[in-house]
Design a binder for this molecule. Sequence first.
Ligand SMILES: Cc1ncc(COP(=O)(O)O)c(C=O)c1O
Length: 405
Amino acid sequence: MFDVSQFRSHFPILNSSLSSGKKLVYVDTASTSQKPSCVIDSVCDFYRSYNANVNHGLYDFAVRATEAYELTRFRIGKYFNVSEKEIAFTYGTTDGMNTLAASYSRKILSAGDEVLVGAAEHHSSCLPWRRACADTGATVKIIPLRGKQYELDVDFYRSMFGKRTKLVVIQHISNVLGNINDIKLLTRIAHENGAKIVIDGAASMAHGPFDLSDIDCDFFVTSGHKAFGPSGSGFLFGKSHLLDEMPPFRVGGQMVNEVSFTDALYKLSPERFEGGTPSIASVIGFGESIKFLSEIDWVFARRYLTKLTKYCHDRLLEVDGIELYGSGNAGIFSFNIAPLHCHDVATILAKYGIAIRAGHHCVQPLMSLLGTNGTARISLCLYNTIEEIDFIVDILKTCKSYFAR
Ligand SMILES: Cc1ncc(COP(=O)(O)O)c(C=O)c1O
């Protein structure tokens, strides 16, 4: 059994009161997750007990800081079943995608090449590649969605590859639709057609471990803060031989072996992508969040999340005038309640201590497909409960009456 009360007890913020005196109901994990005490403590402990820069120092704290920093790399490698050498720290998904686009595009793209990008991609995933294509003369082609739930059109995707298709950019989970892409299948299709694939894993981090070696994707980027880790942490996974071939993007200290007045000899991956002083405390906290994730019994946890997701889906349908966008399968529900604006819905919920997100969720091209400027969004996590969903639905049912007064 998954014990939700026990799980919630790790998150001090869930017991705190809001300035209104209301109890917090936090259903905005797709924006950022709340943090367990172990992560908060590890960040504080670093600053309190052994704050030092990593890599160069020979004194006690510097060695400890470097060891703690590298332990995170080791834990990530183990959690996702890849070599730690293939994990380069970033400041998050946006940073990882920009690093990759700026660097790898110089290696593989030239005029006439094509990059396939999903229609539901976050701005962080589509914009870096649009810019890389504009800079190199390559073209972005959009992989369409199909059906009532806006699923990725895999058949069409298969037909899109040509001789000049170099790369696919696709999300694992949509932060708007809650749809889960079969990234193993999408990877196989890309490889059969001689293309590489990069996965945006921001929204899948809080869904437990998956085996990146088995999925066989070439690159994977994600953010620590989406699954109990601190903001300012994330990683770019890339197959070693691909990372080592890529020109570094952020050049400077830490990432270079030798510099003369005319030349520079860069380190191999992952260090070559970690120029400058990194977000050390955040990386150490990220390692603690990975340990926390590793200690969850995911068989029971996933079962709980599935139950919560189905319950939420069914209860939302009881709300008069609601329109749900996407399957919501990942516990992410985007909706509108006609004729209300999504910001009005979020404002009413906020009065009751309920934290949701409303707007375009940084996916404006998808909003145009959905025929709306924005949606209200509930995103569930393992610390949410059936009672919280009941409470939210009760309030949603009253929303329209605010405007009838
Ligand atoms: C699917 C998806 N991709 C990318 C991002 C960007 O992540 P970050 O802001 O942590 O860089 C997000 C954040 O909401 C996301 O949900």
